[in-house]
Design a protein around this ligand. Structure first.
Ligand SMILES: [Zn+2]
Length: 86
């Protein structure tokens, strides 16, 4: 983990948003070719989802990989082995 993951500069855009990366495929619910992958924070915690942008059907919900940079505020000790004390 780099230090830049711990610093939060002021946003330079008037609106803060996530990039929705287009994914090839067809929605199993409505058949639209409008799938996108992007980060969300839901009741399970931070996750990466692939959702249909036409009907918002969930195609997949996965744990974020380090390359996803999500969440930006990940704890520095997150990947450390746990102690038997705690
Ligand atoms: Zn759909």
């Amino acid at each position: 983990m780099a230090v830049d993951r711990l610093l939060f500069p002021r946003p330079e855009t008037p609106r803060v948003y996530v990039e929705r990366h287009r994914v090839d495929g067809v929605c199993a619910h409505c058949g639209a070719e409008a799938l996108a992958r992007y980060p969300v924070a839901n009741h399970l915690g931070p996750r990466m989802v692939v959702k249909c942008q036409a009907c918002f059907h969930h195609v997949s919900v996965t744990r974020p990989e380090p390359d996803d940079h999500w969440p930006a505020w990940r704890a520095p000790a997150r990947d450390w082995p746990s102690s038997r004390v705690s």
